[in-house]
Design a protein around this ligand. Structure first.
Ligand SMILES: [Zn+2]
Length: 405
């Protein structure tokens, strides 16, 4: 059969100026491509040097784990090319150690969701998709936060998605389903975090056995509830629960073709800076998890223009964490993902240069290994091919966290 290609630009305005969508008929199969210009799009090349390597036996006092939900290696590559050019670097790509992480869920399920993926990182146990903080047979299993609390460290969770979502939920609850929002929030509040930030959608409500999860309950546990970036900037409270909804204005973003965040919302980088300054007051150290959830959300929608915006949004938080770690010298920074979303690849354009032609193979997750980058004391432990459960194991070992009771 004769191969033929008939590229047609089918729309420009709906996608804004950052990408154009191209549909081609090849072997009678309709394929959709997204073309994006390569270049220094409103970004300077990354000037900082984060190549510092620490003594092999030095242990960190603090750990910051940044998770790009759905961020595979190609999401990183495309973001780099869009904003920094083909020879540029994201801040995460400047980190001296890297590894590949296998992400499969329990029971030979080779494609994980965020619940099983984050549970593996948070507890070191594989579980079934949809479950949080429990083993595949639904037994609760201790997470990094609970271990850190047992040695009097400070702890924080930050997400640009729902605070009761799967990734933060895996670090804060033990439930059979990620849909048990009231139970996740209730257990999170009871975990005695020092700093919580996220989208408040689905946070307040009731547990499956009817207990109220409301402001009065949070305040009874000592949380100060903050609702915009000015309150967050000014807060000197001990226990911070910062909630705002929506963080990302989804309809406005789709309409304008540019990601629009709530003007009352701080950026992920600003929240990360606030949390680090807050948590570092504890001489016993801290553990902080930071998640950019929208890399996955827009990945399901096959929107590389928005996906790359959020990868850079995460990367700016990575920059903040690296600058903190450079001046602090006792902080391990890890950047990774729970899984890849969309099967994003770049493909041959033809004669045209300066254009990145992108193709999605699915609107679901894939089983591709994901990258991990590390900087700071203990970063040398992250090399080669690892499993997502190794992240829990290595962090526990480096912080000398006690085994489960
Ligand atoms: Zn997803």
């Amino acid at each position: 059969m004769k191969l033929y290609l008939l590229p047609m630009v089918i729309f420009l305005s709906a996608c804004g100026q950052h990408q154009k969508k191209v549909e081609s008929a090849a072997n009678s199969t309709l394929q959709t491509y997204y073309d994006m210009n390569i270049g220094l799009e409103d970004s300077e090349a990354n000037p900082q040097d984060y190549s510092k390597v620490f003594a092999a036996d030095q242990r960190p006092k603090n750990v910051i784990l940044l998770i790009g939900d759905g961020m595979g290696i190609n999401q990183i590559m495309v973001t780099r090319q869009r904003f920094y050019g083909v020879d540029g670097k994201l801040f995460m790509e400047s980190m001296p150690f890297s590894a590949l992480i296998n992400t499969h869920a329990a029971l030979n399920d080779n494609i994980t969701d965020s619940a099983a993926g984050a549970t593996a990182m948070a507890t070191g146990k594989k579980t079934r998709n949809g479950m949080l903080g429990v083993t595949a047979d639904t037994l609760p299993t201790e997470n990094l936060i609970e271990k850190c609390k047992r040695v009097a460290m400070s702890t924080g969770l930050i997400t640009y998605g729902k605070l009761s979502g799967a990734t933060p939920g895996a670090f804060a609850s033990h439930v059979a389903s990620r849909d048990m929002k009231g139970d996740i929030s209730y257990q999170m509040l009871q975990t005695n975090f020092d700093f919580l930030f996220g989208d408040s959608e689905d946070f307040w409500g009731t547990t499956s056995d009817g207990k109220a999860v409301n402001r009065a309950f949070a305040e009874s546990l000592g949380f100060h509830i903050l609702e915009n970036k000015n309150q967050l900037n000014e807060s000197t409270d001990d226990k911070i629960l910062a909630l705002l909804s929506p963080l990302v204005m989804e309809d406005e973003s789709i309409e304008s073709g540019k990601v629009v965040i709530n003007p009352l919302a701080p950026t992920l980088s600003d929240v990360t800076k606030k949390a680090m300054n807050h948590l570092t007051k504890n001489p016993k150290g801290f553990f902080l998890m930071v998640e950019e959830d929208w890399i996955d959300s827009w990945g399901h929608d096959n929107r590389p223009d928005f996906v790359t915006w959020h990868v850079r949004h995460l990367d700016e938080a990575v920059q903040a964490a690296l600058n903190f770690a450079l001046s602090n010298n006792e902080t391990l920074v890890i950047v990774t993902a729970d899984h890849e979303t969309g099967g994003l690849t770049n493909i041959e354009v033809g004669d045209t240069t300066g254009v990145l032609r992108l193709n999605y193979s699915t609107d679901e997750h894939t089983g591709q290994p994901v990258p991990l980058f590390a900087f700071g004391p203990g970063a040398n432990r992250f090399m080669g091919i690892l499993d997502n459960t190794d992240i829990f194991r290595i962090i526990s070992d480096l912080l000398a966290l006690p085994d489960s009771e």
